[in-house]
Design a protein around this ligand. Structure first.
Ligand SMILES: Cc1cc2nc3c(=O)[nH]c(=O)nc-3n(C[C@H](O)[C@H](O)[C@H](O)COP(=O)(O)O)c2cc1C
Ligand code: SF4
Length: 520
């Protein structure tokens, strides 16, 4: 008897939103009707969202992709013999050879979209648990040292060295310490955290357990948003499976070390992604930012030493412990080591997850990999780093993906999301949106942010009304200075980036032509 043909249909929220469940049901129905033996696997996404739902078939020639597949395409796929790689208008060839994927270097996303996310055997067969097996043989100091040497910087936005953070917690005094995974993922156009939680959840668990071994923490929390229902269910299931397989719980892989964790859900406030506000929310309090010091590493969750790390930071840890710190460190440029999962979104032809070593230019990302705009119109601006990131004009498309290069251009990498806009975008409206977003999301603790953002909206409205634009722009620049240097956290402190970059790089949009003049 021959083995059933493996057919992969993603269960990732992005694919589900595009009808993956219906496609999977149709494939199962059609196979049964034709008496064909298949094994349907609901994998994570490969991150090629422009091809989702992307169906893959395991053949003798490797995994072959078809996409984007609609339920109505399924019968014709069977007619074309797709189970053995038959040709079809939706055929994309060997998945690994699709240019968008072939150009990537996947360390963190090495398994995402390949394995069954909740099958521990599949996880191990693809390199899972190797990092943890190494870690349980090491001292906490050796694990911390490995992380310091790797040069990994936090992927949540601030780019702080992960090894140094762990060292601080390891050296802090406290009976109980915690690992908190920041999975709030509020930045516009970002989804890498969600993809990991849905597509390779054991890797995140493994990373958190290693963080626990390194710092002496025995409890962990993943804090995510209510808008991620699929990720929450997958993480809950993965935690239960990890416990039953002994890589979570009282005796990690027979090492005698304990670590357990759970997932907690926030209501989806942007500011609850800020680490101290997150800790308040996790403690059941209002999500208001705490003044620092004390650092969370000294007094974090319930006042105890706490590591707060982003999903991608923690999910990258197993690969570092597996391949060694130098292997990771050698990727990248300058002080930006390793690979970075860039999320290409907005008005772009080929949107998706693109993991690559630091150093790519915006031109490569937007024009070559992204394929330009989906609308076919010229690219006008790209916002890098979420709602607090700067807008880049084409003149700055030679900027390379590197923390310092972005800082030098008054921008930031943030969580590595890039959102593309075509020439129909009005940058004055975008500036207004930045201030309005800050006003809505402000936790209200400090005046420059709480009041400044409201005043900012009013100033933009006066510019739009043509009320002495020069004086208003000067006022806006002054207001941005106050917010930049007077705010307690980066929500108020970085909102000036999108506003000032819009004014600087797109001055024409801040000189609205009065109707009378335009008519002449
Ligand atoms: C307003 C605001 C929102 C933030 N949102 C997130 C978020 O959604 N996810 C995240 O990991 N970090 C977010 N951060 C950064 C966190 O405060 C913190 O730096 C990060 O979780 C540390 O993890 P890392 O060192 O692994 O990056 C945010 C910061 C600010 C100021
Ligand atoms: S900058 Fe805004 S969000 Fe941050 S502490 Fe101040 S009021 Fe709260």
């Amino acid at each position: 008897m021959t083995d059933p043909v493996k057919v992969y249909v993603p269960r990732d929220a992005g694919a589900l939103a595009l009808g993956a469940d219906k496609v999977a049901a149709e494939i199962a129905r059609e196979a049964e009707a034709r008496g064909l033996d298949i094994r349907l696997i609901r994998n994570g996404s490969r991150g090629l969202f422009f091809l989702e739902p992307m169906v893959e078939v395991a053949t003798e020639d490797g995994r072959l992709a078809y996409g984007p597949v609609a339920p109505g395409d399924v019968a014709s796929l069977f007619d074309a013999g797709f189970l053995s790689g038959g040709d079809h208008p939706l055929a994309q060839g060997e998945t690994e050879e699709i240019p968008f994927l072939a150009r990537q270097t996947r360390l963190t996303f090495a398994r995402c979209g390949i394995i069954d996310p909740l099958d521990p055997a599949d996880y191990e067969a693809h390199g899972g648990l190797k990092g943890l097996r190494n870690a349980v043989m090491m001292t906490p100091e050796e694990i911390v040292e490995t992380m310091v040497t790797s040069g990994l910087r936090g992927r949540g936005g601030a780019g702080f060295p992960t090894g140094i953070k762990w060292k601080t917690v390891a050296e802090a005094k406290g009976e109980q310490k915690y690992i908190v995974c920041n999975a709030d993922e509020g930045d516009s156009g970002t989804y890498s955290d969600r993809m990991i939680m849905e597509g390779d959840p054991f890797m995140l668990i493994e990373g958190m357990v290693i963080a626990g071994l390194a710092t002496g923490a025995t409890r962990g929390y993943v804090y995510t948003r209510s808008e991620y229902p699929h990720a929450i269910v997958t993480m809950r299931d993965a935690i239960a499976i990890a416990r039953s397989h002994g890589f979570l719980g009282p005796d990690i892989l027979g090492s005698g070390h304990a670590f357990d964790m759970e997932i907690r859900m926030g209501a989806g406030a942007y500011v609850c992604g800020e680490e101290t506000s997150l800790l308040n929310s996790l403690e059941g309090k209002r999500g208001v930012v705490r003044a620092k010091p004390p650092l969370p590493a000294h007094e974090g969750f319930l006042g105890r030493p706490t590591v707060v790390n982003n999903v991608i930071s923690l999910a990258t840890v197993p690969a570092i412990l597996d391949h060694g710190p130098e292997f990771f460190r050698d990727f990248g440029v300058g002080h930006s080591h390793g690979t970075i999962p860039i999320q290409i979104a907005g008005n772009v032809k080929n949107g998706g997850l693109f993991e690559i070593a630091f150093g790519l230019t915006l031109h490569e990302l937007v024009d070559e990999i992204g394929g330009g705009t989906r609308s076919g119109r010229p690219v006008k601006a790209v916002q890098v780093g979420g709602p607090l990131g700067a807008y880049f004009p084409r003149a700055l498309f030679d900027t390379i993906f590197d923390y310092e290069a972005y800082t030098a251009k008054n921008g930031l990498i943030g969580h590595a999301g890039i959102v593309v806009f075509d020439d129909s975008v009005d940058m004055l409206k975008q500036a207004r949106f930045a201030m309005e977003f800050c006003a809505i999301e402000s936790c209200g603790k400090c005046t420059p942010c709480r009041i400044g953002s409201v005043r900012g909206v009013e100033v933009v409205d006066r510019i739009a009304a043509g009320e002495d634009p020069d004086a208003q722009i000067a006022l806006m620049t002054d207001l941005c200075q106050t917010m930049r240097f007077g705010s307690l956290c980066a929500l108020g402190g970085f909102t000036p980036f999108p506003v000032l970059s819009a004014i600087e790089h797109f001055p024409d949009d801040f000189r609205p032509t009065p109707f009378a003049e335009a008519a002449e």
